[in-house]
Write a protein that binds this ligand. Structure first.
Ligand SMILES: [Zn+2]
Ligand SMILES: [Zn+2]
Length: 210
């Protein structure tokens, strides 16, 4: 009844289940900043003062806003406030710096325009970006890692150990349970452990890929 397909180890490994997420106690969440950042406020004031905009330089304040989700940063021209997404800390210092300058460029462009209305990412803003050291800055504010994850739409189950596997795409080739192949067949494919497509449970429909 067992039909052994010529399955390489590599192909089997395509279907590794995702590792279990670490227990909460194993992974203390890094403390993300919140509220005003004195260092970044100081840096911003120096950058803006270097452009000769001393009125604006005195007023600029930089805040970390934990409520920002996919937005990396925001600028409020009337209050001269730049808000940054604390998740930037997890990306890199360069990304914090770039986002800060992008938002400062909005304040600089708006300050220079006065009552004149200007497009958010128009010529005035691009000039300010160049002056603030980020020429060629794009208008993208979205954090790369916070795109909506893909839904897993296919469920598979091992007929022997009942291990369930969720996949974004349908598995096209024969695939066997990794755990059982490891435990009973030296890691080689064994049709006894071939995964069977199963109905998604309601709790799995909403689950996302990590
Ligand atoms: Zn912008
Ligand atoms: Zn199994």
């Amino acid at each position: 009844m067992s039909r052994n397909l010529p399955f390489s180890r590599q192909q089997l490994e395509l279907f590794f289940p995702a590792p279990d997420p670490p227990a909460p106690s194993d992974a203390p969440l890094p403390v993300l900043p919140a509220g005003e950042d004195a260092d970044l406020t100081g840096l911003s004031r120096r950058l803006v003062a270097a452009l000769g905009l001393h009125d604006l330089a005195k007023r600029v304040v930089v805040l970390w806003n934990p409520r920002l989700r996919t937005t990396a940063g925001r600028a409020y021209r009337n209050r001269a406030v730049v808000e940054l997404n604390p998740q930037l800390v997890r990306i890199s210092p360069e990304e914090i710096d770039r986002t800060l300058r992008h938002e400062l460029a909005h304040l600089v462009a708006a300050h220079r325009a006065g009552r004149r209305r200007i497009p958010a990412h128009g010529r005035e803003w691009r000039i300010a970006c160049s002056e603030l050291g980020i020429p060629g800055e794009s208008r993208c504010h979205d954090l790369p890692f916070q795109r909506r994850p893909q839904r897993r739409r296919f469920a598979y189950v091992c007929p022997v150990c009942q291990h369930r596997l969720l996949r974004v795409r349908r598995i096209k080739r024969a695939a066997a349970c990794y755990h059982c192949c490891r435990a009973h067949n030296q890691g080689r494919f064994d049709a006894r452990f071939q995964l069977i497509e199963a109905r998604l449970k309601e709790s799995e429909v909403a689950s996302r890929q990590s």
